[in-house]
Design a binder for this molecule. Structure first.
Ligand code: ZN
Length: 476
């Protein structure tokens, strides 16, 4: 465990020094689908992910944020989350009921940049779909001094009364001009305002690898075609205005984590289908969850049932041990996207990134990709999106609505009313009420002569030829 014994600013300075000695770094970069966190949670087990996912008739949202051992941080996360959701719900109320195929959507995911025992930088990416052709995209960041337990704002990095905004503004112009898409534009005075030396133009920032990175909002410095550019500042460029820190400290070298090392897991043998029984597949979405999923795994084990878990890529690194247990106990792991956006609102590139990053994350933990079933978030799928997905798409035939009722008894009622031989049942392994109701569901299914198997078993995917990528399955 590395120990960092210096204040934030010392840390910032040191990081900057470190980076300057390293390899040359490209000063300008256009942001592209950087959905992977820069830091893995295994380095910081006290950082956890929290996800709030709601699927209502007219609107839906998925909001993810990190929590840690600081009330100040957690309170602020709760505050903005509630505010964003409240604003979104208000906006939705003022709009007409949408075409059912395209519910309104709010989606917020995050990337952790530098995280040490003393400092953390987090960037949030928000997108909002309120009808029409465009999705509103916004970036916001939080920087937090974990020792002093206080948020860090841009001005905190610079000398008091220095002209740092002027310098950032001037440097930004040159850096933006290095972006090919920007170069082709005649510099428009509308966009000049986007780098005026005022705080709010540069308030979206993180510190990463010793550099200060500023994120511009879409349309802030150029038309839609330039996207949301980000630019990086090296320490030398800012040293006249950077706050001095006399304290020195030694920061231990980051330990290189072996990535992609082969994992071989002893797994329970999958059941074989008993021809004398009826069959159903239980599926669980939106996990893995640190406490609810293990409870569900306990109950499944009690009933010798094997289920299928459609997991979110951005939650895996926070609960890899849960995935390992699923695999060891013979359950199937499917892909429910990286961060639960409505895929039909995304470009081809974004859809593929959502799916592929999650495939890679699963493979990293359990060492193989199995059949790799896909369940699109909210079940949202159209002809276009289907073409981008090269894996079988698994919908459901029985919806327990467990997320809505959050009532253990009603899950059993829904199953009793809708189940049939060959059906696929949908639940969520993120609500304690689902874990509470599961034993009764399994007991009843047993008494009715159902064998509970994985989706691949139910659909006969042991025979690889039987699998059709891009095909939607709802039942056997
Ligand atoms: Zn879901």
């Amino acid at each position: 465990m590395r120990k960092v014994i210096m204040g934030l600013l010392g840390f910032f300075m040191l990081l900057m020094l470190g980076a300057c000695q390293g390899q040359t770094v490209q000063g300008v970069e256009k942001e592209e689908n950087k959905m992977k966190s820069k830091v893995t949670s295994s380095e910081h087990p006290d950082i956890q992910i929290e996800s709030k996912i709601i699927e209502s008739e007219n609107y839906q949202y998925a909001v993810h944020f990190p929590k840690m051992l600081s009330d100040k941080w957690n309170d602020e996360m709760e505050r903005w989350k509630e505010e964003k959701i409240k604003n979104f719900e208000q906006e939705v109320q003022e709009l007409e009921i949408p075409d059912q195929q395209w519910p309104y959507e709010l989606h917020i995911d995050f990337e952790i940049f530098d995280a040490t025992d003393s400092f953390i930088s987090v960037k949030f990416n928000e997108s909002k779909f309120l009808g029409g052709a465009h999705t509103e995209e916004t970036t916001f960041t939080y920087n937090f001094d974990r020792e002093k337990k206080q948020f860090v704002f841009l001005a905190d990095l610079f000398k008091h009364k220095s002209n740092y905004l002027q310098l950032l503004s001037e440097l930004s112009y040159g850096k933006l001009m290095e972006i090919p898409e920007m170069k082709e534009l005649v510099w428009d005075e509308n966009f000049q305002a986007g780098i005026d030396p005022i705080e709010e133009n540069f308030e979206s920032f993180v510190i990463h690898d010793g550099k200060l990175i500023i994120f511009f909002q879409r349309y802030q410095v150029g038309p839609n075609s330039v996207g949301s550019p980000m630019i990086e500042f090296e320490k030398e460029e800012l040293q006249t205005v950077l706050r001095e820190n006399k304290k020195n400290g030694n920061r231990e070298q980051d330990e290189e984590r072996p990535i992609g090392k082969e994992v071989r897991l002893e797994t329970l043998k999958k059941q074989t289908l008993n021809p004398d029984k009826k069959h159903i597949a239980l599926t669980f979405d939106d996990g893995p969850h640190g406490t609810v999923t293990p409870k569900i795994l306990d109950i499944l084990a009690d009933y010798d049932a094997q289920a299928t878990f459609f997991v979110l890529g951005n939650r895996i690194e926070f609960h890899p041990e849960v995935l390992i247990r699923m695999k060891k106990e013979g359950h199937e792991i499917g892909n429910h996207s990286w961060s639960h956006p409505q895929l039909t609102n995304l470009s081809e590139e974004e859809v593929k990134a959502q799916i592929n990053h999650t495939n890679i994350e699963i493979e990293k933990v359990i060492g193989e990709t199995e059949t790799m079933l896909i369940r699109p978030p909210y079940g949202a799928m159209n002809e276009m999106t289907k073409q981008y997905i090269n894996q079988p798409i698994i919908h459901w035939s029985v919806d327990t609505n467990d997320w809505k009722t959050q009532n253990p008894e009603s899950i059993l009622e829904e199953v009793q009313n809708q189940v049939f031989d060959g059906s696929i049942i949908r639940m969520h392994d993120v609500y304690p009420s689902t874990a509470e109701g599961l034993a009764d569901v399994l007991a009843w299914l047993n008494s009715e002569g159902y064998q509970v198997v994985t989706v691949s078993q139910l659909l006969g995917f042991d025979d690889l030829e039987a699998i059709e990528a891009g095909k939607i399955y709802t039942a056997q």
